[in-house]
Design a protein around this ligand. Structure first.
Ligand code: HOZ
Length: 429
């Protein structure tokens, strides 16, 4: 495959941008090779600057539930653009946005719009601390909640992929109030709560972890987490930046039938533009400024273009709830194809899927937490990634990420992907 233009651009980018990219995983560092510079996206496809075409399963790392550049989102942005780009003052669309979010996700009674998932999780933790008057919080090993200092401790995603789950630059002071528990291991949470009795403000979790591959939390585990939080006056935060509006219209909390106290959103909520949000129980959200004392602000928060794109996406979801059946069908089809391939080659690699989020791990042991995810052979993943890319299939350039299916993926494309998967495996194993 000819990628000479991408190579030139990557070299040029490296002169001015750290690592040539504006977000680390994009640099292909863990799989080697040159990142593709993208010219455009359309439906399920990406086109690079050299004119190559790929079936895309990254979908901008989650936002593109309907594929790239769907007409209805594009038109909403264009229409909004006619009126200006940013006012730093309230607009009616922000109310509509809040209404539609609170309608689709009943545990969210009030919501504040921000500009990214990182801002959402950061603000949720501050709110939980302000509301409870306590400082510490629990996160789970391998979960990723954006890059605020106190989250970059045993974090997933790029931090994990690049071998720095605990980042330099995070001071001891910043790290001191972050407590780490093991995903799906309730005893690890109970132990921390017993040890730091009365000091824990919040527990934050990705109910469907999507930053150490894909791992679903156990039902029982989440039920017990809910009860512990209620009993101990701890704010339960579901980080649904990835799973929100992806695994169901009401997010993972709908699937598990659990109401967290706060929820964070990002990705789909922005229809492809930079948006995040955090929301939850009215009594907690009323501690946020200007009603309450917990300060939180943003010049571009509730930006009209972003609201237009996000509102278009959420309205589509609301009006077409059957898209989740369609996504499930397509994703199930892909999973079945992949599993059939594995059977044919006599391998039983772990394969986790929740709706249209999925991951295959190069380990034959079940993957249920960070330690089991780490058993995956990342060198084989790197080879697998390149074989898939050579066949025109664009998946995450890192083992510890998710693969996303959109409504735009056709059966022909899914079949092509299954075939590429088989060929890649027989080639590298
Ligand atoms: N944090 C994202 C992966 N979970 C990567 C974002 C990006 O590179 O765009």
């Amino acid at each position: 495959m000819e990628i000479s233009k991408s190579k030139v651009l990557f070299e040029e980018a490296g002169k001015y941008i750290p690592g040539g990219v504006n977000s680390p995983v994009r640099a292909f560092k863990s799989v080697g090779g040159t990142p593709l510079f993208i010219e455009k996206g359309e439906g399920s496809k990406l086109f690079d600057v050299d004119g190559n075409e790929y079936i895309d399963y990254i979908g901008s790392w989650g936002p593109h539930l309907f594929g790239h550049n769907p007409e209805f989102i594009k038109n909403a942005i264009l229409q909004s653009l006619e009126n200006g780009t940013s006012f730093g003052a309230p607009t009616e669309l922000e109310i509509k946005m809040a209404e539609i979010i609170t309608g689709l996700v009943p545990s969210v009674e009030m919501v504040r719009m921000v500009n990214s998932g990182t801002e959402a999780t950061m603000s949720a933790i501050r709110t939980a601390r302000g509301f409870t008057g306590k400082n510490k919080f629990i996160k789970f090993e391998g979960c990723y909640h954006g890059h605020a200092d106190y989250f970059l401790i045993k974090a997933g995603s790029g931090a994990l992929t690049l071998g720095v789950p605990t980042s330099p630059g995070v001071t001891k002071g910043n790290a001191a109030d972050t407590l780490i528990a093991q995903y799906n291991k309730i005893e690890s949470v109970e132990n921390l709560i017993a040890k730091y009795k009365g000091e824990i403000a919040a527990i934050i979790i990705e109910p469907v972890a999507g930053n150490m591959g894909v791992i679903k939390a156990g039902d029982q585990f989440l039920q017990r987490l809910r009860k512990l939080c209620t009993d101990e006056n701890i704010v339960l935060i579901f980080d649904e930046v990835m799973s929100g509006f992806r695994v169901a219209a009401g997010g993972a909390q709908e699937i598990f039938n659990i109401n967290p106290d706060l929820t964070t959103f990002g990705k789909i909520i922005g229809g492809g533009l930079p948006v995040g949000a955090f929301g939850g129980k009215r009594e907690i959200m009323e501690s946020v400024a200007p009603v309450g004392p917990v300060y939180q602000a943003g010049t571009l928060s509730g930006n009209p273009l972003a609201m237009a794109a996000g509102y278009a996406a959420l309205s589509y979801i609301k009006e077409n709830p059957d898209i989740y059946d369609e996504l499930e069908e397509k994703s199930k089809y892909l999973e079945a194809g992949f599993k059939h391939n594995l059977e044919k080659i006599g391998k039983s690699f772990a394969f986790n899927r929740v709706g249209s989020m999925m991951a295959m791990f190069f380990t034959e042991e079940p993957v249920t937490d960070f330690n089991s995810a780490m058993k995956s052979d990342t060198q084989i993943y790197a080879k697998y990634f390149h074989k898939m890319l050579d066949s025109g299939i664009y998946i995450a350039p890192a083992q510890f990420e998710a693969m996303f299916v959109s409504t735009a993926h056709s059966t022909v494309e899914l079949d092509k992907t299954i075939e590429a998967h088989y060929n890649a495996l027989i080639n590298i194993l």
